[in-house]
Write a protein that binds this ligand. Structure first.
Ligand SMILES: O=C(O)C1=C[C@@H](OP(=O)(O)O)[C@@H](O)[C@H](O)C1
Ligand SMILES: C=C(OP(=O)(O)O)C(=O)O
Length: 444
């Protein structure tokens, strides 16, 4: 999984894109399905699981801690859980690959179990900050030995019983929130997270679905989430909707390539995730939601999108958490829109799989876009629909979303845009290239 051979590629659109596609299952929900099923007593079933490397890293880790996880020939996953409090000591280091979500959420699980686990990852993950979870989990009683700067490789020695805490999130992070809530599952009493800025709420929805006692109080914009520990989780049947973060790529490709008309079916549209589509509409996108329904407790729809003339926009900082992974592809939209797009409040993008502000600014400039990089966002002056120059090789820096964003940029560039390595795309979107080619793009 880690450190494969680089796979360079370039993409082009000889004509309009058209057709109906589905994207793989939601990555956040897939991770949580495996983790919570592994903590339930009995057999859970999961349909539509994302079979990407990040989620497979979570599956391997849960197996190493005692869960029995298997994939049926029909694509349905079955999980026999061990029960909250009964995770086993893993025998070897847990390889988290490229996945921040796996690492931070599993650190939470280990923190309140009487086990010790070592976490390792690839070059990208090994640069990402873990202090944000070490601090609260440490105050619950877990002990950590981390590499300098609170990074991987690191070892967690859990404490059982752990000490319940009330913790106000200093950064808007669903991963930190979830790590604490998961640690709270095996902690006597009430563990409470105060969230001044709402972030994706899949953990809350799913913990409730699995039978945990969890409440959410709203105090103005602030959310107070409380979970009662020593929980007993009941096995579930989960249907994972398509990932809105993955859907962003074909949606934007259709908006930018003249004459295109594309439908992306079965996309999860939880309001804490759907910010990109709101911003695209505000920029003038011809985009509609068809067949709106609820699947597995999450709102889902088919997105129907046509090529559109787009206008630059000031993206309000408050919307950032609901589209935090979509900024790389939004920056590509901005580079083709008419006028100026301003983004702010995006410091968190600097600690993702790569520094997404620096990597996008550098790559977009290399293919002819006008970009100013600020500490907390990018300012982009678009071409007004004219193709970008292209003709450069982009360093994807082990970041799947950078690789996919420049694949889409290549569709609207005069000269080829080469992505130095498409291999990381397998972390979140296996089948990405086939999907684009199926819509009429070319890839070599
Ligand atoms: O909880 C999750 O599943 C995720 C939370 C976000 O990270 P942060 O919590 O670091 O913002 C997001 O970027 C990541 O892709 C998935
Ligand atoms: C930031 C992401 O994931 P993670 O933090 O799980 O590596 C992402 O998928 O864009």
């Amino acid at each position: 999984m880690t450190d494969q051979h680089p796979r360079p590629a370039h993409f082009a659109a000889p004509g309009p894109l058209s057709g109906t596609v589905r994207v793989p299952g939601d990555k956040s929900i897939s991770h949580r399905s495996l983790m919570l099923s592994a903590l339930a007593v009995g057999e859970s079933k999961v349909d539509g699981l994302l079979e990407g490397e990040d989620v497979l890293a979570t599956a391997a880790a849960m197996r190493a801690m005692g869960a029995d996880i298997a994939r049926g020939t029909d694509g349905r996953w079955t999980i026999h859980g061990v029960g909250v409090g009964s995770l086993l000591q893993p025998e070897a280091a847990l390889d988290m690959g490229n996945s921040g979500t796996s690492t931070r959420l599993l650190m939470g699980l280990v923190a309140s179990h009487p086990i010790t686990a070592t976490f390792i990852g690839d070059a990208s993950l090994s640069k990402r900050p873990m202090g944000r979870v070490i601090e609260p989990l440490g105050s619950m009683g877990a002990e950590f030995t981390a590499s300098p700067g609170g990074r991987l490789p690191l070892m967690v020695r859990g404490l059982a019983p752990a000490v319940p805490i009330e913790y106000r999130l200093p950064v808007a992070s669903a991963q930190v929130k979830s790590a604490i809530l998961l640690a709270g599952l095996n902690t006597p009493g009430i563990t409470r997270v105060i969230e001044p800025v709402p972030t994706r709420d899949h953990s809350e929805r799913m913990l409730r679905g699995f039978g945990a006692e969890l409440t959410v109080e709203q105090d103005g914009g602030t959310r107070i989430i409380s979970v009662r520990g020593e929980a007993e989780l009941k096995p579930q049947h989960i249907v994972v909707p398509g990932d809105p973060s993955s859907a962003g790529f074909p949606v934007v490709a259709a908006l930018l390539v003249p004459g295109s008309s594309v439908t992306v079916e079965n996309v999860g549209l939880n309001p804490t995730r759907a910010g990109l589509f709101e911003i695209l509409k505000a920029m003038g996108a011809d985009l509609r939601f068809d067949n709106e329904r609820i699947v597995g407790g999450e709102p889902v729809a088919d997105i129907v999108v046509r090529h559109s003339t787009l206008k630059g926009i000031e993206v309000p900082a408050e919307i950032a958490p609901s589209m935090i992974d979509e900024f790389p592809i939004l920056f590509v939209v901005a580079a083709l829109a008419e006028g100026r797009t301003v983004t702010r409040g995006l410091e968190e993008l600097r600690v993702k799989e790569s520094d997404r502000l620096a990597t996008m600014a550098e790559g977009l400039r290399a293919i002819g876009a006008r970009v100013e990089e600020r500490e907390d966002g990018l300012v982009i002056d678009g071409t007004g629909g004219e193709p970008l120059a292209g003709g450069a090789t982009i360093a994807a820096r082990l970041d799947h979303r950078i690789a996919m964003s420049f694949a889409v940029a290549g569709l609207v560039s005069r000269d080829p845009v080469t992505i130095d390595d498409m291999a990381p795309v397998a972390t979140s979107f296996p089948g990405f290239t086939d999907m684009l080619v199926g819509l009429g793009a070319e890839s070599a």
